[in-house]
Design a protein around this ligand. Structure first.
Ligand code: DQA
Length: 165
């Protein structure tokens, strides 16, 4: 199973930016920890960070046919980007949106996520640990999707066999 971890604008500044909100961990440290827990669960990760909306859209589009799901923190674009929401809708993959801070406890403009409506679920307010929760939830969802696909395939094969005989 392969998952793309997509990080939006200013998350490359983790460990430096507003530590009272986002904590002291850098993005690199966060990715190293995430990689370790993914390895334990036989999940392959691919990391991507960009400060540019179009690059994030391109990356999401590239996910089609290359990964089984997307773990994304669209950061400030969560509150503004119809383009990112549409890209997530277009690839139609399981998506978990993560926010380090609790967006519902912050300024009013952060309390609405446009991209969340294209996500399977949202995890917000658990600090960097939210990415681990997100990874766990996403792998569970992907396993369920794969099991359903397998069951449908078997049922169709059985039906075809019965129709032939
Ligand atoms: C954030 C919350 C956003 O409102 C903000 O713009 C970010 C980070 C979070 O992880 O808490 O850059 O997505």
């Amino acid at each position: 199973m392969k998952i793309a971890v997509i990080q939006g604008p200013n998350l490359n500044m983790l460990g430096i930016r507003e530590q009272h909100i986002y904590g002291p961990m850098t993005l690199e440290q966060l990715h190293t920890q995430l990689q370790a827990s993914a390895k334990e669960n036989n999940v392959e990760l691919e990391f991507f960070q960009s400060n540019l909306e179009g690059e994030l859209v391109d990356k999401i589009q590239e996910c089609l046919g290359t990964v089984n799901g997307i773990l994304i923190n669209p950061a400030a674009y969560s509150h503004t980007s119809i383009a990112i929401k549409d890209a997530l809708g277009a690839v139609n993959l399981p998506v978990v949106e993560v926010h380090i801070s609790n967006i519902y406890k912050r300024e009013e403009f952060r309390q609405k996520s446009i991209t969340a409506s294209a996500s399977t679920g949202v995890i917000t307010g658990f600090g960097p640990f939210g990415y681990h929760l997100g990874l766990l939830s996403l792998s569970q969802i992907i396993s369920e999707v794969q099991a359903n696909q397998e069951a449908n395939k078997k049922a169709n094969e059985k039906l075809e066999k019965e129709q032939k005989s």
